[in-house]
Design a protein around this ligand. Structure first.
Ligand code: ADP
Length: 190
């Protein structure tokens, strides 16, 4: 099994690269952001609670996203592998993911981090906000809060995978194709 964690701040290009990875490697894409937005669209109780936090750029509680991922892993038992996008976003989530995968005997192969500076991120997110319809992309204050949440709570997750010798980083500035080639090169060695 090839289990990838695609890592990087909001706006780093994880979603775009995930689409290309699905096509090339036939992996199942698990994006907690997409899963949460689908709950919001369906108007579930979980979605309503999550929306209050997401609209302010705040992370939703660990147990909520861990539960969603656990459910999806169970529902895709025959998968060739998974791309985790936007998860794990805290060290507690990373520990929980290791436990979930332990029971499947299919650990994380590698974390691939896309490196993009804060100014570029803010520009990309505001641009995306013009047509994404996402409330959290429309407001500069919320964008800055998301980047702050990332730096405070998510950046330490890189250390978790560095300790396991599973961390690789790639320049996230360049053409979509160039970045994808960089990711593919890393995957090629697994
Ligand atoms: P981005 O990476 O561009 O910010 P996402 O779609 O990954 O967008 O996430 C949007 C929002 O959903 C986050 O700001 C957060 O509120 C919530 N969210 C997504 N994934 C997680 C997670 N793993 N843990 C906690 N909150 C999450």
């Amino acid at each position: 099994m090839l289990n990838l964690v695609l890592f990087g701040p909001p706006g780093a290009g994880k979603g775009t690269q995930s689409q290309k990875l699905i096509e090339k490697y036939g992996l199942i894409h698990l994006s907690t952001g997409d899963l949460l937005r689908s709950e919001i669209t369906q108007g579930t109780e979980l979605g309503l609670e999550a929306k209050k936090l997401m609209d302010h750029g705040i992370l939703v509680p660990d147990e909520v996203v861990i539960g969603m991922i656990s459910h999806k892993l169970d529902a895709n038992r025959d998968a060739k592998g998974f791309i985790f996008d936007g998860f794990p976003r805290t060290v507690a989530q990373a520990e929980a993911l290791d436990k979930l995968l332990e029971s499947k005997n299919a650990p994380i192969s590698v974390m691939i981090a896309l490196e993009v500076n804060d100014d570029e991120l803010e520009k990309r997110l505001l641009l995306r906000g013009k047509d994404s319809g996402r409330p959290d992309d429309a407001n500069p204050e919320v964008i800055r809060k998301r980047i702050k949440e990332y730096n405070d709570k998510t950046a330490p997750v890189a250390g978790f995978y560095k300790n396991q010798n599973k961390f690789k980083s790639i320049n996230g500035i360049g053409s979509v194709g160039e970045i994808f080639d960089g990711i593919s090169n890393v995957i090629g060695s697994y």
